[in-house]
Design a protein around this ligand. Structure first.
Ligand SMILES: *Cc1c(COP(=O)(O)O)cnc(C)c1O
Length: 342
């Protein structure tokens, strides 16, 4: 079917499978992937992503909210789905106990062994696993490495205490993407992979011990809706923040900050690709549209496709996120609900 949308996200499921195979190379034998598909699979579309993962043998998922889990179930995703954050449910549910080993976000403090063991004995909870979260696994500063090693030790201390009173601690997991990349020696039941599964690193500034051959899964596309020539000195978009200093050929593109393309990329020389050729965004990015300079782009017509995030270096999620002062996790997960995934 011909795609006539104004803006959309394309996902490359072959790249997803490729990334999974890359990730598996770093994992310890006996460890399985728990695919983190929260926030609509970091903007990729959680059902599309989870379906593919089911097809290639992944049956463990993590989400952030109950409704994200329900959406997967309603679309026939099979396997276990762990809700990582706050939620209210009835009783007789299976749970994983979160242990606070230093992030100080959620979880029972590692030192409160009595309380942790009490949870295992609660009548209406079935504790099936236990986990912690590393908060600085992406750094190679000595102090941070020591801190991370301390977190890992604290977690295993808790496991030991539980097992000493004859209780099976259940499935154990510690690492997210950077935990795996930088501490691959950890042996657990699951690795909770989010961002690297989608083929990108969080930031170019991160420390990465073993680089994987990752391929970006997502591309963000929109269309050229208007082409016009402007005179020397003409201003463009809200606030007249951009003024031309020669004749220019410009085009409007059918995507804006309400679709998740960051507004703070206005006048930052952010690049997009038009028929494979570079063009830069000029003037303020609007809610539903933005404007690009196509003076040097050849053979461009209304309806042509503009790629804003994708595999090419200049529009890589890492580069776009860096220009916007954020990490790829935020950039991708904020891609709007009103654009289709295909
Ligand atoms: C979001 C999240 C993850 C996934 O993190 P990535 O860095 O994207 O791999 C793993 N574990 C927990 C607890 C999370 O909140």
């Amino acid at each position: 079917m011909l795609n006539k949308d104004r803006a959309w996200v394309e996902v490359n499921l072959e790249n997803l499978e490729h990334n999974i195979n890359e990730i598996k190379k770093l994992m310890q034998a006996g460890s399985e992937i728990m695919a983190v598909v929260k926030a609509n699979a970091y903007g990729h579309g959680s059902v599309i992503i989870a379906k593919k993962l089911n097809e290639i043998g992944i049956y463990n998922f993590a989400v952030a909210t109950l409704s994200e889990g329900i959406e997967l179930r309603e679309n026939n995703i099979t396997g276990d789905i762990l809700i990582l954050g706050y939620n209210t449910m009835g009783h007789n549910v299976g749970v994983h106990v979160a242990i606070n080993t230093g992030m100080n976000r959620i979880g029972e403090d590692f030192s409160n062994i009595d309380k942790i063991i009490e949870m295992y004995k609660m009548k209406n909870l079935y504790v099936e696993g236990i986990f912690t979260h590393l908060c600085v696994a992406d750094s190679n500063l000595d102090d941070n490495i020591l801190f991370t090693k301390g977190q890992i030790q604290k977690f295993y201390y808790v496991i030991k205490q539980i097992e000493e009173v004859g209780i099976d601690a259940g499935k154990k997991h510690i690492q997210s993407s950077y935990g795996l990349l930088n501490y691959p020696e950890i042996k657990c039941d699951y690795v909770r992979t989010g961002i690297i599964m989608y083929g990108v690193y969080s930031s170019k500034k991160d420390y990465i011990k073993t680089k994987l051959d990752l391929k970006p899964v997502l591309s963000l596309k929109a269309r050229i809706t208007t082409i016009r020539e402007i005179k020397d000195g003409a201003s463009i978009s809200y606030g007249r923040t951009f003024k031309s200093n020669s004749k220019m050929k410009i085009a409007s593109v059918s995507i804006g900050y309400a679709d998740g393309y960051p507004r703070n990329l206005s006048n930052k020389n952010a690049e997009v690709l038009v028929n494979g050729q570079k063009a830069r965004i000029i003037g303020r990015i609007c809610m539903d549209q933005l404007i690009i300079d196509i003076s040097n782009v050849e053979k461009v017509e209304v309806g042509d496709i503009v790629e804003l995030i994708g595999e090419e270096e200049e529009i890589s999620a890492e580069n776009v996120a860096e220009k916007s002062g954020t990490i790829t996790n935020e950039l991708l997960s904020r891609l709007g609900a009103r654009i289709k995934r295909c």
